[in-house]
Write a protein that binds this ligand. Structure first.
Ligand code: UDP
Ligand code: MG
Length: 325
């Protein structure tokens, strides 16, 4: 199969028939073998019914329906794990991304040998309240990730070599940083294509302003992870150990200093009279606290990898041997 189109959606019933017709038209014109994988992220409108209807005349449609709304990242992750096409293309469901971009994206992966091609909505049709923070956000993401050629990390329209999506795990709100996740997994050929962007035709955006706060927190986590190895908690354990050792040495130095004073006939003073003793002791105790925090974090991370636990309610598959989950 040439292409899997993965489409996460939350309450997009009005857009779906147009989107499906448009994608099928492009696919048929170019003779691609394909599947459209709709991931219904707990819609409360009749998106899932619409998908089932569309499936009646288009056998290339597959779908997964979550029991409730889990977010765009779990939706993408679900699509990624199921995608069978050589090239996997992600696209928003709201008709803001154009299926006409598919053939060129496909060519860039198969002929130019990119691992990932990210869309760039150079001229975007979103309100200023969104485009200005997005500019800042992209500048930070470029710096932190070291992927300097990307202008639009969070563009929903992206293409991947199938191998790439099988090697990355998108959780939380990490869909904003898939190029960074891919790079950390060793996929370095990351390209960009200017894509057309349209204003939303139906419904409203599903993300609020909190996206930017979450976005920066996620970026910090990823940066930590890439910088200090798999577990950011290592850093706290290490810092704690260093503080403890320093504190221990300081306590020893102060203690020996007092002993020296005593042996050289200076007036007798207890070690505990010295303010330095308490400063050193505090450092030691803080160090051990931080070390313990790091250790507990380590245990939590190791023992509970529940980042991507979501409940699937129904699934449409094409092959009869692989039906309902
Ligand atoms: N989406 C989703 N789950 C969510 C929020 C959004 O699957 O919890 C989908 C949404 O239906 C759309 C895509 O993610 O297909 C992008 O969302 P939206 O268009 O609201 O974002 P924007 O274009 O404003 O960035
Ligand atoms: Mg949109």
């Amino acid at each position: 199969m040439d292409i899997s189109v993965v489409i996460p959606l939350y309450n997009e019933a009005e857009s779906l028939p147009e989107l499906e017709a448009w994608i099928s038209r492009v696919m048929n014109q170019h003779g691609f073998t394909y599947e459209i994988l709709f991931i219904n992220d707990g819609s409360t409108d009749d998106s899932w019914e619409v998908i089932n209807k569309l499936r009646e005349h288009n056998p290339n449609i597959r779908g997964v329906s979550f029991r409730r709304n889990y977010g765009k990242s779990p939706a993408l992750n679900t699509g990624f794990s199921r995608a069978k096409g050589d090239v996997v293309i992600t696209m928003d469901a709201d008709l803001q991304d154009s299926p006409d971009e598919i053939p060129e994206l496909y060519r860039m992966i198969t002929e130019d040998k990119y691992d990932l091609v990210s869309g760039w909505k150079q001229k975007r049709y979103d309100p200023l309240s969104k485009t200005i923070p997005t500019k800042l956000f992209n500048a930070t993401a470029r710096k932190v990730s070291g992927i300097h050629n990307l202008h639009d990390f969070n563009c929903g329209l992206k293409a991947y070599r199938n191998k790439v999506v099988k090697h990355i795990e998108v959780y939380g709100d990490m869909h904003r940083y898939i190029p960074y996740l891919a790079k950390n997994a060793g996929f370095n050929r990351i390209g960009e294509k200017v894509v057309h962007h349209q204003a939303r035709k139906y419904g409203t955006t599903k993300f609020g302003l909190d996206r930017f706060v979450n976005g920066y927190l996620d970026l910090a986590t990823l940066w930590f992870t890439a910088k200090f190895g798999v577990k950011p908690m290592h850093f706290f354990g290490l810092l704690g150990s260093l503080m403890f050792i320093l504190g221990f040495i300081a306590v020893a130095v102060v203690g020996f200093g007092k002993l020296y004073d005593m042996n050289h006939g200076n007036p007798y003073r207890l070690v505990t009279d010295s303010p330095y003793f308490y400063m050193a002791l505090t450092l030691m105790l803080l160090g051990s606290q931080l070390f313990l925090t790091g250790f507990i974090g380590e245990l939590v991370v190791r023992n509970s990898d529940r980042r991507n636990e979501y409940e699937i309610d129904e699934e449409i598959t094409t092959s009869p041997d692989n039906n309902q989950v």
